[in-house]
Design a protein around this ligand. Structure first.
Ligand code: HEM
Length: 399
């Protein structure tokens, strides 16, 4: 017997305003926090928008992250190619015990000591970008000059990419993030990255230094393929996310002058500001994705073995059942408990690094350019709302 889903929704993309969650998610969350949803291939699964349901599914090992089991609610060819087991090292798309083995090795490298060591470098990298912007003069695209290069250079720093190779690294990264890149461009760039990481790993094996890749080589028995995929995963997971937080976060602060003024008046509000922006902006547009390994009842609904599940972090982080006045950006209101970095086993490995980047970059930007403002009307800022990570494509600014 086939099940029928008369009320199945489709994944909503369009956002009614630059800082709003996708259209219709608020009413869906109120009426059906776990709603059946039609995926692009016609399969029916679930879209989960309520905070408590999202949190309990992310914490539940009966929901898998294995890539070969996942369905992607995006109609793009590249995404649909993904139904094969994750490559060795790509632990974001694995379950225990494979996930556990890699995660342990990586957690040992994301130490407080290493994050502390990176802080002055993040400061220098930000300073260099701001000096370059100032020299070039207004107007400038803040995404190209600031939001994209900072996280990419920080990942170079983390992995120990030599200075001579950083331009090539950034050029290739830009292709991956360019919305106009074709599937062929992306495949070719992924191959370039693989070759790049193979060379880098050989160099680190020969001459280990005090960086993450060297640490993984010295403290584990990972193959070159695993190491190269881990390098690529860190880039993929850590670059676009942080870049969009910096770009969209700046746009949001410029559009909320009272909030920016409060931050300028009390710089100690920066930690709160970063958490509140993470909660409010909801840049993880699509996912996390999961698949039920067995029949599971969640909040009275039966999710059957094999059903694909899409969790909406933007909707969950605006749930009035969890946050007071959730549709207002308020940097004085501590946004504890948000799930911008996910929850459970796969909760973001790089969250402390991302926080240090944002806590450094936002204040330095607004200090350097006290008159920072948009160079085009706000309605003309091009948004990225058809991608899995939401943000601004460009942010033209003057100062
Ligand atoms: C503001 C920036 C960031 C956001 C919003 C973000 C968000 C997330 C989310 C929601 C997940 C969970 C995915 C899931 O459950 O399937 C995740 C996982 C992950 N993130 Fe981040 N992330 C950010 C920055 C970073 C950075 C800077 C790095 C590393 C350099 C990083 C590395 C990872 C890795 C490796 C995972 C997989 C963890 C696992 O599967 O155990 N992320 N991130």
């Amino acid at each position: 017997m086939t099940r029928s889903y008369p009320e199945a929704v489709t994944f909503p993309f369009g956002r009614p305003g630059p800082f709003e969650p996708p259209e219709g998610l608020a009413s869906l969350r109120e009426e059906r926090p776990i709603a059946s949803m039609v995926y692009p291939d016609g399969k029916v699964g679930w879209l989960v928008t309520g905070y408590s349901a999202v949190r309990s599914i992310l914490a539940d090992p009966r929901f898998s992250s294995r890539r070969e089991l996942l369905d992607v609610p995006l109609p793009f060819a590249l995404m649909q190619e993904m139904r094969t087991p994750a490559d060795p090292g790509m632990f974001i798309r694995m379950d225990p015990p494979d996930h556990t083995r890699y995660r342990k090795l990586l957690t040992a490298q994301f130490t407080v000591r290493r994050m502390k060591q990176l802080e002055p470098r993040i400061h220098e990298i930000t300073e260099e970008r701001l000096a370059a912007m100032e020299k070039a003069g207004p107007p400038q695209d803040l995404v190209r000059e600031f939001a994209l290069p900072i996280p990419s250079l920080v990942i170079c720093e983390l992995l120990g990419v030599p200075y001579a190779d950083r331009e090539e690294f950034q050029r290739s990264t830009a292709v991956l993030l360019n919305l106009e890149s074709t599937v062929e461009d992306i495949h070719a760039t992924v191959a370039t990255f693989r070759a790049f990481f193979v060379r880098l790993i050989a160099a680190k094996r020969a001459d280990p230094a005090d960086d993450l890749l060297s640490g993984l080589i010295t403290n584990g028995d990972l193959t070159d393929e695993e190491l190269s995929n881990i390098g690529f995963l860190l880039l993929a997971a850590g670059h676009e996310t942080t870049a969009n937080m910096l770009g969209l976060g700046t746009f949001a602060l410029l559009q909320h002058p009272d909030q920016l003024a409060a931050l300028r008046a009390d710089p100690s509000l920066i930690d709160n500001t970063v958490e509140e922006l993470l909660r409010y902006l909801g840049i993880i547009h699509v996912g996390p994705l999961r698949a039920a390994l067995e029949d599971v009842e969640v909040e009275g609904l039966l999710i059957r073995a094999g059903d694909p599940v899409t969790l909406s972090l933007p909707a969950a982080n605006r749930d009035p059942a969890r946050f007071s006045d959730p549709d207002h950006l308020d940097i004085t209101n501590p946004a504890t408990g948000h799930m911008a970095f996910g929850h459970g086993l796969h909760q973001c490995l790089g969250q402390q690094l991302a926080r240090v980047e944002m806590r450094t970059a936002f204040p330095m930007l607004f200090d350097r350019f006290p008159g920072l403002r948009l160079a085009v009307p706000a309605e003309e800022v091009p948004m990225r709302d058809t991608m899995s990570i939401y943000g601004v494509r460009e942010l033209p600014v003057r100062w």
